[in-house]
Design a protein. Sequence first.
Lengths: 444, 258
Amino acid sequence: MAKYADKVDLYDDRGRVFASKVPIEALSPLQNPAIQQIVSFVKQSVSVNLEGVQKALDTGEVGGKWCIIRGRSLKLDLVKDANSIADSMKKALQVSKDDDTEVKVLKGGKHLLVRVPAKRMNAGVEYTTGATSTAAALCCTIIDNCKVNIWDADLVHAAVWGRYPETMEMLGGNVSSLLSVPQQNEGMGYALRNVPAAHIALITKKNAMNAAALSSIMEQAAMFEMGDAIGPFERLHLLGLAYQGLNVNNLVYDITKENAKTGTLGDVVASTVKRAIADGVIKPIEKTASGFTPYTTDDLNKWNAYTAAGMLAGIMVTCGSCRSMQHTPSVFIYFNDLVERETGLPGCDFGRVAGTGVEMAFFSHSIYGGGNPAVFHGNHIVTRHSKGFTIPCVAAAVALDAGTTIYTPEKISGAVGEVLSEVPELREPLRFVNEAAVKIKGGV
Amino acid sequence: MANYKPQFYPGKSKVSANRKKYLDPSYKLEKLRTVSDDDVVKLMGHRVPGEAYKSTHPPLAEMGEPACPIRELVEPTPGAKAGDRIRYIQFTDSVYFAPVPPYMRAWMGHTRYRGVDIGVLSGRVPLEARERDLEKIAKELVETEIFDPARSAMRGATVHGHSLRLDENGLMFDMLKRYIFDKKSGEVVYVKDQIGVPLDKPIAVGKPIKEDELRKRTSEFRCDGDAFRDDKELVSFIERLHMLRTEAGFDPNKVKGM
């Protein structure tokens, strides 16, 4: 028996209906198998820059830029031997013969995409197993396959692990996971939020709808992990994920389409309010003396979901029409300011998104340093205040940018985003989550 | 919901009505002066009139775009299509009955213009857009009733000090002396661009709006004009909004029919 009565229609990223009357809980991170698989893949998937290891060994530049150990060099043709390295790594990582271990050779051997088996992950309590076992397996493989002697093994370690354990993270290393080391999380349950928007945009190959979906899945799954999406707040987050991230009832797509050719952010606000009135989410109360009509609602959670979806549509229209990511904080503040003044009801996340926008505007426009929106994430000191509703918009905006920034998403993400885009569930989350929701809808 | 019409702003005061008017894109802003296209370009100082637009990326049609349903759906602005740089115009507004206060610039910019990035800071409001889009927007911002040559100013850098007092001609203090009052013509004349680089020829931006006219047009609340607290409808609107924000943060399920 479902806890909540809400049923929604599922749509794809092009506004085509996929399924009708699906219980909202079929989209919950607690129930949807695809979301759970995405979360697992985020933990299990590790990117190896084999070309980087080869170069580091060759030049002795290990542990980060300018960190060169003169006189130390190993000439190993790792890129050429990528297939045999992948085979050996797979054997090292496998727990049992037919488990889900995978080592995929990409870009002619320059990169490897590693999936560490779930069994290995489950034997520990930390998600770092993914990165540590991959790095260790790679070291052992290089030493064995390339017959590296005891005197050079340390250089292999430094080329793979970087400056770790001198540093907290693998600084200058060539093994990377989407997730940062736990010490870099700002609080409990922040792991899934500590992923810059640049990675998300590249993993989803700059499809703005999928970028928003993947980001929303990770942000809202984190809400459950952080202790936010529970009790009176669970439905708020479920609706937020569904309406903003997963385009249910085609709200994001419809509002974007309505304003795609000539619309302004103000027009997007009007479309959002119009739809909320038409769907019975808000209703007018008595006119004031000036003729202004304030609105009220019996379902503030759903109104919040509508504002979250409208705000994402505002990003699609504003950043989309300018093909630029920098408008993101401006949309955060003024979509909410305008929607509040239009209705008299609180904006998205009850003021937290507008507040986040103010800070983000300062730190994304070279006023107090910072960086472009591609570096921001839900664990960032400036953008962590909204509970999962801002970062999906940032990811979508980064996806829509045509190249207006000095530090491009490609430069910020390095190889990680590109390598992980090989995982279909991460690249096209909307499709997989919809399919999984339909499969389980009778059982929730 | 065919009956729904955007209402933009609550309140019963004259200032609220002005805010509502300026925010409504169907209201055509009254043109009060003419500044030529070339002069607008010179005042901003990003390029020389007639010079080709510099680009930050190739035109969209040449570079090709990733397969994205939103990119297919959303029409890029002319500047985005061409790959123009993103440039800015930045305004400073006096606290003494200027036509618009900083926040209004942001709200209004987003209801009237597409693809703009606006920020409100302590005394300055930059509006950023692709260069050729910006030039069109800037012209309207300078030529119409929302700009007063004396109480609004284009200042790309060193903006502050404007709120302290007006000089003997009613102009805002400007540390870089970008503009002067021409007593002969009675007009405000820019001798430097918004950044403070001297112009080859001064550019006149018209006569200051008269005090009583400014008080009619202003969308700024002031104790010695239309006080915010006197607009009871607006005050209760804002109070309700903040109460709802707070109550919703405590438990959104308990906020019903309020």
